[in-house]
Design a protein around this ligand. Structure first.
Ligand SMILES: [Zn+2]
Length: 454
């Protein structure tokens, strides 16, 4: 793990822990965030749309179609691998998608371009996965012939993931980061479904999955709305996969707004806004847009912690449309609609989050809210006693105990301690709590919602 400077800008006013600084920007992470280059994003995107169509069922040709575009992405990953000290490796994970009578009309060889940045700690099996989809579509989802540039959907996500791989692969992280450029999203989230099932079958310790789908457009239809200062993070509340025990605990703790995916979403807002200026990250309390899904959904269905990053305003003249002019309006997902400054900021959020997560220790174990006789004695009844154990991976130099009102979206108060328990003079009836591990340089793990223990 690299040595990081600690920048101390503010001191949290707390009568209990007044000596404790609040970390703002870790300088190593900040430097990586600064390395996101508009010129690179533009260059990758121009090449990507140059393949004409990247429809999943498009024919293999040397300079057109999805396979040629996959080869381009693979070549870039391999280029980045050269300066990674052997830690970044890339391949196309091919498989055959069987005809399904829906959006795949014949057996099709397809695949995901996978680049893996191996963690430096052999005892750390954590995986953080970031994805985007390379395939595109026009008005008819089965149209594999027409030009289908997919500049924003999801060329924007693909080039963002490429730029993340370029920057992050130059640095050592104890945990592994996987960059996945999947196929088949428009045909039914097929490549992501294949990958999620593989991660489940192979028992990956996949801690968090970030799906970047449409992050480069800042204007709504007819450009009534223009905004490149807000980014959405979609996260599920009640997990799609929940054991009976998880359900029972959720109900007694009222933890429906504290799922792992929602903790990840809060983390993205906290860390993303810490490192990226002029960007507000909006938590959207749903798995995806109304009645729709994305590549994080198959991961959620396998029980993983997965969220979607998406632009604030979608433009339906440009999404899933044949290239044409109708009544003076231009239709189609063309590259001239990309807002590169917005795309840069959204890419930078991912860099900040992945760098912070992959260099932090893992979450504290056994985080509990103590309901033992002492903890709920008359003297302590209006207090809250939290306990936990040290993380399984990495070293925690301390812990943050987070607190918010039950009606608040984000954590409002943060207490630092080097102990493994903390008694707070705030009632468990009136607040929600969570605990994060903090590593050297102030990098923190995801937050863990405590389980009640008597
Ligand atoms: Zn998409």
């Amino acid at each position: 793990m690299y040595k990081a400077l600690l920048v101390v800008l503010t001191v949290m006013p707390s009568f209990l822990f007044s000596q404790v600084p609040t970390v703002t920007r870790n300088q190593v992470v900040a430097r990586m965030v600064d390395e996101v280059e508009v010129d690179n994003l533009r260059n990758y995107l121009e090449n990507l749309v140059g393949f004409g169509s990247r429809h999943t069922l498009s024919e293999d040709q040397p300079t057109r179609g999805i396979e040629a575009s996959r080869q381009y992405v693979l070549a870039l990953f391999n280029e980045f691998a050269k300066t990674s000290g052997g830690r970044l490796t890339a391949e196309i994970d091919y498989y055959t998608e069987k005809a399904d009578g829906r959006r795949v009309d014949r057996d099709t060889r397809t695949g995901n371009v996978m680049a893996t940045l191996k963690g430096t700690d052999p005892n750390d099996d954590r995986v953080f996965l970031v994805s985007a989809h390379i395939d595109t579509r026009v008005s008819d989802v089965m149209d594999r012939q027409s030009d289908s540039p997919g500049a924003n959907d999801d060329g924007s996500g693909v080039v963002a993931v490429l730029e993340m791989a370029r920057i992050l692969s130059k640095r050592p992280f104890p945990a592994t980061i996987v960059f996945a450029i999947v196929s088949g999203e428009e045909q039914g989230l097929l490549g992501a479904d294949y990958l999620a099932k593989k991660a489940k079958t192979e028992n990956w310790n996949l801690v968090a999955m970030l799906n970047n789908d449409m992050i480069g457009n800042s204007a709504s239809n007819g450009t009534q709305l223009r905004d490149n200062t807000r980014l959405r993070v979609f996260s599920e509340g009640i997990p799609m996969v929940e054991t009976e025990q998880m359900e029972a605990i959720r109900k007694v703790t009222n933890g429906e707004n504290d799922s792992k995916s929602r903790q990840l979403a809060r983390y993205i807002k906290d860390v993303g806004e810490r490192y990226v200026d002029q960007l507000e990250i909006k938590l959207i309390y749903r798995n995806d847009r109304f009645m729709r899904g994305g590549d994080h959904t198959p991961f959620a269905r396998q029980g993983f912690t997965a969220i979607r990053l998406c632009e604030f305003n979608e433009n339906y003249y440009q999404q899933h449309q044949d290239l044409r002019t109708d009544d003076g309006a231009d239709y189609g997902d063309l590259i001239d609609h990309i807002d590169y400054e917005y795309l840069r900021k959204n890419t930078a959020v991912n860099v900040a989050v992945l760098a912070n997560l992959a260099s932090a220790p893992s979450v504290p174990r056994d985080v509990s809210l103590d309901l033992s006789p002492r903890a709920v004695s008359i003297e302590n009844i209006n207090h809250t006693l939290l306990k936990w154990n040290d993380p399984e991976q990495g070293t925690a130099t301390g812990y943050y105990v987070l607190m918010r009102e039950t009606s608040a979206s984000m954590w409002e108060k943060k207490f630092y301690t080097t102990d493994k328990s903390l008694m707070l003079p705030y009632s468990k009836d009136n607040y929600f709590f969570a605990v994060q591990s903090v590593g050297e340089g102030g990098v923190e793990s995801l937050a863990v919602f405590p389980q009640p223990v008597r």
